[in-house]
Design a protein around this ligand. Structure first.
Ligand code: 5GP
Length: 214
């Protein structure tokens, strides 16, 4: 029986939703099942970020060349910078049967879903507005206008969320990790993702009914 290809999975969510931590833990726990895509971006690295680990940091010229050469699965502009998903790694990992996780914002997620309708879209949110506010404000060191700007951005970050398949309410890390894992395991069991297997069994049963198999 042919190995099943992996599932393309997109995770989005508010900054401060903890989506990055959930994905990191998911990969630590189930390294055989999942691969995380590394995006290219034109934004400058933040302190502690390493090229090729958090992102492939790129010039605008190189990024536009990748667009021209069709090297990206999708790309979007977000706060004056380009962000995009390099195609080659994703395709290679999917072919190896790994579920590939893209941690991207909504515009990119919707483009992916349109192009590849089998993609599973997950949206991560803190349990309440108050909790989101608390996580964005952090230790209360941010001036009120920064807090306001971040909360307004959060409003934009969930425009289009109706197109997502699953909501992950991030209350407790381990529970969320298990929820994501079990969603993806269930997705693998869907009949529509198992046509080759089903057709093979049907063929064998038909042969049996005709007396062609003992
Ligand atoms: P940050 O600059 O904070 O790392 O990321 C800003 C936003 O860009 C986040 O919402 C992140 O999920 C999104 N992002 C990161 N990589 C990609 C990508 O390859 N494509 C798209 N469309 N968005 C991305």
């Amino acid at each position: 029986m042919e190995a099943q290809t992996g599932i393309l999975t997109v995770v989005s969510g508010f900054s401060g939703s903890g989506k990055g931590t959930i994905m990191k833990r998911l990969l630590e726990k189930y390294p055989q099942n999942y691969a995380l895509s590394i995006s290219a971006t034109t934004r400058a690295p933040r302190p502690g970020e390493v090229d090729g680990r958090e992102y492939f940091f790129s010039t605008v010229e190189r990024f536009e060349e990748m667009i021209q050469n069709d090297e990206l699965l999708e790309y979007a502009r977000y706060v004056n910078n380009y962000y995009g998903t390099p195609k080659a790694y994703v395709q290679e990992q999917l072919a190896m049967g790994k579920d590939v996780i893209l941690e991207i914002e909504i515009q990119g997620a919707l483009k992916i879903k349109q192009k590849y309708p089998d993609t599973v879209l997950l949206f991560v949110t803190p349990p309440s507005f108050e909790e989101l506010e608390r996580r964005l404000v952090g230790r209360g060191t941010e001036p009120p206008e920064v807090v306001r700007e971040r909360l307004c951005r959060a409003g934009e970050e969930c425009a289009g969320v109706e197109a997502y398949d699953y909501l992950i309410v991030n209350d407790e890390l381990e529970a969320c990790v298990e929820q994501v894992h079990s969603i993806l395991q269930d997705e693998h069991a869907k009949i529509s993702r198992n046509e080759i297997f089903i057709n093979e069994i049907k063929k064998e049963l038909a042969e049996y009914a005709k007396g062609e198999r003992s």
